[in-house]
Design a protein around this ligand. Structure first.
Ligand code: PMP
Length: 406
């Protein structure tokens, strides 16, 4: 199916504006995506017509917001094909979801001598929480290495699997290099050792169809703001049996069953993991974002973005002195690169003045950058609304940049 990208672009009001007198070319979608009108309108509608705290009130507004919130949980469950709504926990985002699992799992299941496995590609969000819990429990953090293209070394991964390894936490798509990790095969191999797996899907759910039952992962995390939804809302998926055996991460209202001054019993899942007033407005708006992209179709989105990725890669390779960092065979829509004689920060600032928003620096993956022997890259990352015309604007800006510095 050929998508009408110009029609899609009209759904995103921010894209119509000019910056520094230039038409905005937004290529920082890996950091956050722009929001369609349906999401913005839903947030306004919630505050204008339905706002009331969920799960507590018996009045009309509270019943309405509770109903919309629980329907949103259903929308998310359907989107990733969870087998039950109970398996969907609303969090603040991927970082919050990973911290929840690292701490709840670590407190219950990790001890000295155990190992936690992550890959060399991880965002700090899927690394630092595990470092913290390893320091607390005495478990050891093991890193699965990558090759120079940014692909996981599968033989090294298999060597690291053992009965000492208690959990594997890995990214589906690398935010800094764009590598698509073959998680389905890796999850199956971990399961041969009864190792549960957490997938960081922050950079995948908006680009690739994700089916948690097909992947068979125990946990999966993503952020609303990277999938055209609001900031401050995210998702943690967990298999029922696992969520039931993990202790709560935070205590407070909504997560309890019965409370006495000295002790409490806890609510059933998912509420056991949703202490305090949830960000129900943004959860409801996130469901709108999911419906929006589901209507377009994830397969159609993937096809369009792959085409943009292919075209941009081809054009960029023609620029002398431009080096693409991350050349995995399977990539999602991000290209990291360096330009000879140009510091990434200077490049970012000059491109900005030309109306082009890109990301520069270490992309919250400092150990990876150090391993690659660089301080950072320039990263362009594409979304459903990006076009080949925008790639052309980028390419001519990069040519100008090169001339300026040579
Ligand atoms: N993991 C990956 C792969 C990411 O790209 C990001 C965000 N850049 C995160 C985790 C953290 O997401 P958030 O800041 O929304 O919690």
């Amino acid at each position: 199916m050929n998508l009408d990208i110009n029609r899609i672009r009209r759904d995103f009001p921010i894209l119509e504006q000019q910056v520094y007198g230039k038409t905005l070319v937004y290529l920082d979608n890996g950091a956050t995506t722009q929001k369609p009108n349906v999401v913005i309108d839903k947030i306004c509608e919630m505050y204008r017509k339905y706002n009331a705290n969920i799960h507590r009130g018996v009045h009309y507004l509270s019943e309405k917001s509770t109903q919309f919130y629980e329907e949103s949980r259903q929308t998310v469950a359907h989107f990733i094909n969870a087998s039950s709504n109970k398996e969907i926990i609303f969090t603040k985002g991927t970082t919050d979801s990973v911290n929840l699992i690292a701490h709840a799992f670590g407190d219950r299941f990790l001890k000295k001598g155990d190992q936690v496995l992550v890959t060399a590609l991880e965002h700090h969000a899927n690394l630092v929480p595990w470092q913290m819990i390893c320091q607390k429990t005495g478990a050891e953090l093991k890193i699965i290495p990558i090759n120079e293209k940014g692909e996981i070394l599968q033989d090294k991964y298999r060597e690291l699997l053992s009965d000492r390894c208690k959990i594997l936490s890995l990214t589906h798509v690398s935010n800094s290099l764009g590598t698509i990790v073959p998680i389905k095969e890796m999850i199956a191999q971990a399961h041969a050792y009864h190792i549960p797996v957490l997938v960081d899907a922050a950079q995948s759910v908006q680009h690739i169809p994700v089916d948690v039952q097909e992947l068979d992962c125990e946990f999966l995390a993503f952020s609303g703001h990277k999938i055209y939804g609001p900031t401050g809302i995210g998702v943690l998926y967990g298999k029922t049996e696992w969520l039931e055996k993990l202790p709560p991460y935070q205590g407070g209202g909504d997560m309890i069953d019965d409370v006495e001054y000295q002790k409490s019993t806890y609510a059933e899942i998912p509420l056991k993991f949703e202490a305090g007033t949830s960000n129900y407005v943004d959860a409801i708006a996130l469901a709108e974002a999911i419906k929006y992209i589901s209507n377009i179709g994830l397969k159609n989105i993937a096809a369009h973005e792959q085409e943009i990725l292919r075209y941009a890669t081809e054009q960029m390779l023609k620029i002398e002195g431009l080096k693409i960092i991350g050349t995995a065979a399977q990539k999602a829509s991000a290209i990291s690169f360096t330009l000879k004689n140009v510091h990434n920060l200077d490049a970012g600032m000059i491109l900005d003045k030309m109306g082009i928003a890109v990301r520069t620096g270490h992309h919250c993956a400092q150990p990876l950058m150090k391993k690659l022997g660089i301080t950072g890259t320039i990263r362009v990352s594409f979304a459903i609304y990006n076009t080949k015309d925008e790639v052309d604007v980028l390419i001519s800006a990069l040519q100008k940049l090169k001339q300026m510095f040579n």
